[in-house]
Design a protein. Structure first.
Length: 289
């Protein structure tokens, strides 16, 4: 039988001996460290750590391991989580009428490149129900008309939360879901929802951002993946990337390049989340790659 594997993530005020005490605890409890990463932020005075380890033969059981580490964590005021490294997080994808990110994530999932379970796809349109069916994933159409009254939006978002609870969702991915989430839904999704947008924001807001960028003669196309917060498109950034463009490219070419960048950036952010590599540091993130 293979040994159980865990991923421990933690943060706390920086102090002497954190790595020594954590690694010593694992050694004393029959654990073997597979890989470890740590970072001390001089600005926030916080320390962050991620440890992937295996519980070797003769080590203690899961419940006692957690209880004993909780006792250690209390003495050091640690914020910590201990997760089964082999468990596949449950992800719900949300999309509107632009499907390149959805299609890319589904392909990576089906190919085994993204270690997740996807029990639900949610959309305010019907455009991608056949795509969902081709992957044998339930598709939930939750329409929300433009200019819908607040009570209609609350009812629609209540169904989103119900689906999250029913399917025990660990992460919600806004794969070009083109609705502004209410503050209440943002609060319910805190720390477990990722959005993707083009990096032109805030320079080119609103409709047809790539056409606006083409008109201004931009030289870089980019995308940003970030956590969802009540501040629109201003949540802690997880990943960004860019591609160079030039004057010979039209708006459609810029848009095509932008779609490719968005797919790659969102996939990286999702993969790092499900591998428990992202720790929030105030308005920023620490990403152990």
């Amino acid at each position: 039988m293979t040994h159980p594997e865990y991923i421990l993530t933690l943060s706390c005020l920086d102090q002497r001996g954190i790595v020594h005490r954590v690694s010593g605890f694992l050694a004393d409890h029959g654990c073997n460290i597979i890989d470890s990463a740590q970072f001390g932020d001089g600005a926030s005075k916080l320390f962050f750590m991620r440890v992937h380890f295996a519980l070797e033969d003769g080590g203690i059981g899961d419940a006692l391991l957690r209880a004993d580490f909780a006792a250690l964590a209390a003495t050091m005021a640690l914020n910590w989580e201990l997760r089964d490294a082999r468990a596949k997080p449950r992800v719900m994808l949300m999309v509107s009428k632009i499907g390149h990110c959805l299609n890319d994530l589904l392909f990576r999932y089906k190919s085994g490149l993204l270690p997740v379970e996807i029990p639900a796809i949610v959309s305010n349109h019907m455009d991608f129900y056949q795509l969902a069916a081709s992957y044998n994933i339930p598709f939930h159409h939750l329409p929300l008309a433009a200019g819908a009254p607040p009570e209609a939006k609350r009812a629609q978002e209540a169904k989103v939360i119900e689906l999250m609870q029913t399917h025990q969702i660990d992460l919600v991915v806004l794969a070009r879901y083109m609705q502004i989430l209410s503050p209440e839904l943002c609060a319910a999704l805190k720390g477990k929802a990722i959005n993707i947008h083009h990096s032109f924001l805030p320079s080119f807001k609103g409709a047809k951002p790539y056409a606006q960028a083409h008109h201004r003669g931009v030289k870089l196309i980019g995308a940003t993946a970030h956590f969802v917060t009540g501040d629109l498109d201003e949540g802690p950034i997880i990943e960004q990337d860019v591609e160079r463009v030039d004057h010979a490219m039209d708006a459609e070419t810029l848009s095509a390049i932008g779609r490719d960048v968005e797919c790659v950036v969102l996939a990286r952010a999702v993969k790092w989340f499900v591998e428990h590599r992202i720790l929030q540091n105030g308005d920023k993130t620490v990403v152990f790659k």
